[in-house]
Design a protein around this ligand. Structure first.
Ligand code: PA5
Length: 421
């Protein structure tokens, strides 16, 4: 279970502390489905819903991809790819096909690089788009589908897996016409909350993650996170960050000491940024990777404008520790560390940074899970999704829509001359 440590934040709040009454109200509204966006709260049931037939179907397709492909190209953008990428990079499964994520931009250089990286290896494509009309993945899918057809002819269609709406959209139509295997993005689940559906689970399973374990852990976590009390870590996090925001901490830095966490932070930024940044309000979600960024952003964090709060995600145990070796003569003066695990040294560094930043006026929220494995990933996903929904409601916004994303699309389609735009 995720643990939240508010010891570095409470000193920045008045004696009343975080407003758990407001968190309780928001949680009740979420569970009862009575506030804005209630029709998009199906993500809370996803882990239970997906178990059984759907999970088997995903596992079977993943096995086929693993048997036939050295590379899986996952085509998608935003909520249609970040969760899978976050999980694969966090868990780092071994022995699966390489996963190349495409369709999340329009850079020709990047596309060419990815095609070169693919080379003449055997590959499959998982195209993920709920609407089926998003330009960036649609263009990439046309390209990779063409490459598949050139390489495999009529058999190409057996290597294409489409994850999209159950009934609507261009991608659904193409998939049905061509006979691709399809997976459904449920109607009541928005893109950024979809990682525990086939959207995330198919790439995760194909890459070698144990999705049975992952979904089981997620079902337990969703159950635990439904408790209605100030012991609920989602309440603690949502209430603390809202209280800090009310005191002028308008930017939240999500930090981790694990480089493999980088895409979890990207996923988190989309989750919170798209859910909360609307109607002129919202905490700005940013991320840093320690220790590396202590040597680039550390100065700003320590002494820049005091508008920052810091949320640090840590893992209680490394998967494998590494002892600092002893060196005869101690020329580099490091023998005081010899025999000590880097896990312990990193933990001391983390405490030192926390003390310095708190003293410098940056409140600190700690979030920890036991390990960066399938369980840890599932727990973090369920925790952040639940906390985000509660936090958004506490802020007074609908955490499940994203009307602002349409503005650039309208301009782009008009300027590109799309018929009817
Ligand atoms: O969270 C969201 O809704 C977005 O990030 C979408 O997932 C993203 O825009 C991609 O949309 P689609 O899956 O319809 O191609």
């Amino acid at each position: 279970m995720v643990k939240v440590d508010l010891s570095g934040a409470l000193g920045f709040l008045d004696s009343a502390g975080p407003d758990y009454g407001a968190a309780s109200l928001a949680h009740k509204a979420l569970a009862d489905g009575i506030w804005a966006g209630a029709e998009f709260t199906g993500w809370r049931q996803l882990p239970r819903r997906v178990q059984g037939e759907e999970l088997k179907k995903i596992q079977t397709a993943a096995e086929r991809i693993r048997d036939t492909s050295q590379v899986l190209v996952v085509v998608g953008i935003g909520g249609s790819y970040l969760g899978a990428r976050a999980g694969i990079e966090l868990i780092r499964p071994k022995n699966g096909p390489e996963v190349i994520f495409a369709g999340n931009g329009l850079s020709p250089d990047d596309l060419n690089d990815k095609i070169e990286r693919l080379g003449d290896r055997d590959f499959s494509v998982n195209v993920v788009s709920k609407s089926g009309t998003t330009l960036e993945p649609a263009v990439a899918f046309r390209v990779f589908r063409g490459l598949l057809e050139k390489k495999y002819g009529a058999a190409a269609k057996k290597r294409i897996y489409a994850t999209t709406d159950a009934a609507r959209g261009v991608l659904k139509t193409i998939a049905d016409d061509e006979g691709y295997e399809t997976f459904v993005v449920p109607d009541d689940v928005g893109g950024r909350y979809s990682v525990l559906s086939a959207v995330g689970l198919l790439p995760l399973a194909a890459a070698g993650c144990d999705i049975q374990t992952l979904v089981g852990a997620a079902a337990e976590a969703m159950y635990d996170l439904d408790q209605r009390s100030a012991e609920n870590p989602a309440w603690q996090y949502a209430a603390a960050r809202n209280a800090l925001y009310a005191r002028g901490k308008t930017i939240e830095l999500l930090a981790s000491y694990e480089p493999s966490f980088r895409y979890m932070a990207e996923w988190w930024k989309q989750l919170f940024g798209e859910s909360e940044g609307k109607n002129g309000v919202g905490i700005y979600p940013a991320s840093v990777e320690y220790n590396a960024d202590l040597h680039s952003m550390g100065q700003y964090i320590q002494e820049g404008p005091r508008t920052l709060m810091e949320t640090v995600v840590s893992f209680e145990r490394p998967l494998r520790d590494y002892e600092v070796p002893f060196s005869m003569g101690d020329a580099d003066g490091l023998n005081y560390l010899a025999g000590r695990g880097l896990g312990e040294i990193s933990r001391v560094a983390m405490e030192a940074v926390k003390a310095a930043h708190v003293a410098g006026g940056v409140p600190n929220i700690g979030i920890s899970v036991p390990r960066r494995d399938e369980d840890g990933f599932a727990e973090l996903v369920c925790f952040f999704e639940t906390a985000c929904a509660i936090s958004g409601y506490m802020l007074g916004v609908n955490p499940f829509d994203q009307p602002g994303v349409e503005a650039y699309k309208k301009n782009m389609f008009r300027m590109l001359g799309k018929p009817g735009a």
